[in-house]
Design a protein around this ligand. Structure first.
Ligand SMILES: [Zn+2]
Length: 403
């Protein structure tokens, strides 16, 4: 099983300038090729594939006057950049003609100078030496080994995020270790007031430092919006927002990892409701709160960890009336407004906390997956570990370090 291991690195100032040159080159190669593909497409001609792109935008481009500087950086990340574009196009095509499942994919987009940057090195482009990592034409990078690598990595992606932090993301082969089986199962209701309510009655709040920083973030963003475009002050304000964003993301990821690890450890079966987060994020009122909560990331973590440690992760249909049904007698009592936090069942008289009742129903529905199938009941989605072709340059770490 493939997984990603990420480490912070601290390049010297000279290496930083080499890296920005490298990032610039991978970006130019991607954008040149994408531009060309769009022209080809508008002429009604068909897509010609990676080899053609590589020949045209690496081999031939290096000989031309305007792109001769591509020779100054390692050619491996440039090739990988075109490989990624090729994968992005192929996924897009198969999404269009329906051979690829899941939500519709967008057309590959141009890369911008100001967003997060990345460059991938395959085996011939990097070496691990004692405590340092050697990258072709960059040199030895000082790396913080927060945990040992489990095996020799097959590739490494160098990432610079919006807060100017550098990371190395290794793809390694890991041996899944099964955790001892138990008979426990849990249903989880995800919410806004409490991040998660368990069928055991436990309520889990999002960490406090997160809330405080979100307030601060709003303040920073307001200040940023008042700064004049193109000014130095605006750039500084932007960096400040990016840094705080990074901090918030770290706190949230840490919280989600700890919670998902605990739930997978304690239970044999973990059941979650399939939330239409994409649809919900379109709803403006809820959107801010939801994207801050990281439901999607939480689900991906549960999925990956269950797969890795031999546990059962189930997702029940979002059409299941989990908040309407009485978990005591099973009668459906009709729709309840979000403001109704507690209610009493008209049929059996049981008094319910809205979220705990929903969590119990989710757990029960997950246990009866057979009867649910006809109504689009449980289904499994692919765990988001590392793409087998290692082609994801987007920084989506699902670390499995907490066991
Ligand atoms: Zn009842």
């Amino acid at each position: 099983m493939k997984s990603r291991y990420n480490y912070r690195v601290y390049p010297t100032s000279q290496q930083k300038s080499h890296l920005s040159q490298l990032f610039g080159c991978t970006r130019v190669v991607w954008n040149d090729a994408l531009n060309y593909c769009q022209e080809v497409y508008s002429k009604g001609e068909s897509y010609q594939g990676f080899n053609h792109l590589s020949k045209k935008f690496l081999k031939q481009a290096k000989k031309s006057d305007e792109r001769t500087w591509l020779k100054e950086v390692s050619s491996i990340p440039l090739q990988q950049s075109l490989k990624d574009l090729d994968t992005a196009f192929r996924n897009f095509f198969s999404s269009c003609n329906g051979t690829r499942k899941g939500p519709k994919l967008r057309h590959p987009r141009f890369k911008k100078r100001k967003s997060a940057q990345s460059a991938r090195f395959t085996k011939t482009g990097f070496k691990l030496k004692q405590n340092k990592v050697y990258l072709a034409k960059i040199g030895y990078l000082k790396c913080i080994w927060s945990r040992p690598l489990p095996s020799a990595p097959s590739s490494v992606t160098l990432i610079k995020d919006a807060a100017d932090r550098y990371f190395l993301s290794f793809v390694v082969e890991i041996n899944p270790v099964k955790l001892p089986e138990n008979t426990e199962s849990v249903g989880i209701d995800l919410g806004i007031l409490d991040f998660a309510t368990l069928s055991t009655g436990e309520k889990i709040k999002a960490p406090k430092p997160l809330k405080a920083r979100l307030k601060k973030l709003r303040k920073f963003q307001r200040k940023l919006s008042k700064k004049q475009k193109g000014s130095n002050r605006r750039e500084r304000a932007k960096k400040r927002v990016a840094k705080l964003h990074a901090k918030i993301k770290d706190i949230r990821t840490d919280f989600l990892h700890k919670l998902s690890t605990r739930l997978i450890r304690e239970n044999q079966t973990v059941v979650l409701e399939d939330l239409n987060t994409a649809g919900m994020v379109k709803n403006r009122k809820l959107s801010r709160a939801i994207s801050d909560l990281g439901w999607r990331a939480f689900r991906q973590m549960l999925e990956a960890k269950a797969q890795m440690y031999g546990k059962d992760f189930r997702v029940i249909s979002r059409w299941e009336p989990t908040s309407q049904r009485c978990s005591n007698c099973g009668e459906i009592g009709g729709k309840k407004e979000l403001s109704v936090r507690e209610w009493t069942c008209l049929y059996c008289g049981a008094h319910h906390d809205r979220d705990v009742n929903a969590a119990i129903n989710i757990k029960v529905a997950g246990g009866h997956s057979e009867t649910l199938k006809g109504r689009g009941g449980t289904h499994k989605t692919k765990a988001n570990l590392a793409a087998p072709d290692e082609a994801s340059t987007t920084f989506k770490p699902v670390q499995l370090s907490l066991f």
